[in-house]
Design a binder for this molecule. Structure first.
Ligand code: TYM
Length: 336
């Protein structure tokens, strides 16, 4: 039987956080045995906010190093840089013509980002979910493992795919597979350490709000130690209680890192003080990140190897995406 396809990616737009790792990358690893996995560095999405060119270039390769260090095996998964495969921009244009302004105006990420970057509310920021739909649909992905914040974009991807199929493929044989989003059991929404009702974000101005997978271990421990909690002093998991947002978040992080559940962690630490709990969370996070860092440092010596992965990834991605784009162009009536 043919293997199903998984597609996902991260933007190289800042420090890769524990949220990106627990909500996305960590989960990608286990799919590699049973699925065709395609993971990309989404640099075209990153330019919806201003980037420094040297930094973007460096971060794109750093992100590839992070993928591999986290356990993504270039022998098993297809890894490529989004901007190197022109079909993404080409399909995005087509899909723009099948997406409504009203749909895009409802995207919470657009509302968030446009309020944060009020001086640069560009059209790319608005049509960003269309490019994301193109990314996914080009590869006929069955599943897209992402964090909770991206689920709305998967929903619009499904809507766009269904709309296109229903216009052009009435007789069956749809051009696009309609993908499903996949959420991690724990860690699908890791919260900020300083404002635990907000999601942990790599673009947060306050570095204490997030843990970067490249932070020094002592920095990680200190950030967790100073994470905002509450004055109740009880380690209880109450996901609907905003007062417990800080503790809920630490419990979730512990569950995701150790592969346990929130209920078991809360039970294990019941009656303990916040100080002891934070120490245990910090140790677990550091132990999770330690081998990633070792591999990351090792890969820093192998620029040629990384560029080789990008080259062969690009070839593989072009082959698959050109096939889908060809079908789309034919349906539209473009001369092919
Ligand atoms: P990005 O770069 O913001 O985030 C990458 C992945 O990390 C997840 N994530 C989180 N998960 C849990 N807790 C958090 N605090 C947290 N913050 C981020 C995101 O949900 C995501 O899975 N538009 C996407 C990149 C993208 C993409 C795609 C993803 C472009 N095209 C096609 C999948 C398929 C983004 O900006 O993710």
């Amino acid at each position: 039987m043919d293997k199903k396809t998984i597609f996902s990616g991260v933007q190289p737009s800042g420090n890769i956080t524990l949220g990106n790792y627990l909500g996305a990358i960590k989960n990608w690893v286990r799919f590699q045995e049973d699925y065709n996995c395609i993971y990309a560095m989404m640099d075209m999405h990153a330019i919806t906010v201003r980037q420094n060119p040297q930094e973007l270039r460096k971060r794109t390769l750093d992100l590839l190093k992070i993928y591999i260090s986290c356990g993504i095996d270039p022998e098993k998964s297809l890894l490529f840089v989004q901007s190197q495969v022109s079909e993404h921009a080409q399909l995005a244009w087509v899909l723009n013509c099948y997406t409504y302004m009203g749909e895009l105006s409802r995207m919470t990420q657009f509302k968030d980002k446009s309020s944060k970057h009020a001086d640069n509310i560009n059209a790319g920021l608005f049509t960003y979910p269309v490019l994301m739909a193109a990314d996914i649909l080009l590869y006929q992905a069955d599943f897209v493992p992402v964090g909770k914040d991206q689920m709305q974009h998967i929903e619009i991807t499904r809507d766009i795919a269904e709309r296109f199929n229903s216009i052009y493929c009435k007789e069956g044989n749809p051009v696009f597979k309609v993908p499903e989003g996949l959420l991690a059991k724990s860690g699908a929404k890791v919260m900020s350490l300083t404002e635990p009702t907000k999601k942990m974000s790599k673009s947060d101005e306050n570095p204490k709000a997030y843990i970067s997978v490249l932070d020094d271990f002592s920095v990680i421990a200190n950030k967790i130690k100073s994470a905002v909690t509450d004055s109740e002093g009880k380690i209880e998991y109450r996901p609907d209680d905003a007062e417990k947002a800080g503790i809920n978040n630490l419990i979730t992080i512990m569950a995701a890192v150790t592969g346990s559940t929130e209920a078991k962690i809360a039970e294990e630490f019941c009656g303990k003080g916040y100080g002891d709990f934070k120490k245990a969370v910090a140790e677990a996070v550091v132990e999770e990140i330690r081998p990633i860092r070792e591999r990351y440092d090792e890969l820093s010596k192998s620029k040629d190897y990384l560029e080789q992965i990008c080259r062969s990834g690009r070839e593989g991605a072009e082959k698959i995406s050109a096939k889908t784009l060809g079908k789309v162009y034919k349906k539209l009536g473009f001369l092919v």
